[in-house]
Design a protein around this ligand. Sequence first.
Ligand code: FAD
Length: 325
Amino acid sequence: MVDMVNNEFSGVIIFSESESISLELLSQGRKLADKLAVPLSAVLVHTTDDMPAKTLIAHGADKVYKITPAIEPINTEQFTNALFNLITEVKPRIILLGSNRVGKELASRLSSKLNTGSAMDCISAELDEDNNLKIQRVVYSGNGVATQTFKTQPQVATLAQQTYKQLPRDDGRTGEIIDKSMEHPLPKVQTVNVSERPKSAVCIEDAEFIVSFGRGLKNKEDIQMIRDLADTLKGELGCSRPIASDLKWLPTEHWVGLSGHKVKPKIYIACGISGQIQHLAGMRDSDIIVAINKDSEAPIFNAVDYGIIGDIYQVVPALVDKLKQ
Ligand SMILES: Cc1cc2nc3c(=O)[nH]c(=O)nc-3n(C[C@H](O)[C@H](O)[C@H](O)COP(=O)(O)OP(=O)(O)OC[C@H]3O[C@@H](n4cnc5c(N)ncnc54)[C@H](O)[C@@H]3O)c2cc1C
């Protein structure tokens, strides 16, 4: 354990093993660093190539620390050790990590080693009046939103995916690429195999159009009707929890919500979904939300831009016909 509470901390640092998550973290990290008038740094641990570092600079980083030798395959124990070494040297005030499995494991390990606090799955990360990180996260199964501030430093938070949009690439930005060579201790847990997901696997987080359905659909065979609408829009299929978890009509990759995937498409169409808070937690940041529900009192209508009160079995085929015209 390290007591860093009384030391001077400055700067914002971000890390994720995923480039797309790193770019999202840089977007909010940039705002915090600008407000604090401190540099924004990013860390690369799994490559010694300069290209990824240049990408991070073009998307907002002032400095990129490249850990050498690179750590491959993904090993959170070694990542923790590398980041801990870097943080004790660089002393950033704020550490932003991804809210994926690696990021959350890393946040717990790192904050424990640094003897400081951490917050997971933050849906907002701002500064309070004392320039401490003030975060918000969904609590009590989605029934509330907690606002919390940090009282120790450094301040470690994982930001929920799709919460912040990447900044546009600016190849005119300049930044420093700093090689940090260090020894990586032998991990206590060894990754024996990492296999790539099949190319056909759904990545609903990246979809621009999502047509989702819930228990309003009566039979599994009727998914084709929803799929027709998704295909017409060149979008992905989404679903509520009962469809993926109880009925198992779709794989969990399609599950949207608090305990499923958080999505942010241009258009999200919810067909026969009541709109419980746990579902809304996963899609409320979509640019445009459309709902089709036969119950005019369904809570989903409080969250939509466009609401269609009607039977999905009539409305969805009619929409497909209209779109095809
Ligand atoms: C800890 C926790 C985590 C959870 N996480 C998630 C999550 O990640 N994602 C999630 O989705 N849920 C989650 N849930 C479950 C959530 O609370 C709801 O139970 C679930 O979202 C309801 O799914 P639904 O809208 O498909 O079904 P229902 O609530 O049964 O709604 C069906 C809707 O379809 C409408 N309907 C029926 N027939 C038609 C028709 N022919 N045409 C038009 N409309 C029709 C009905 O009016 C109704 O509004 C979670 C719950 C808990 C406790």
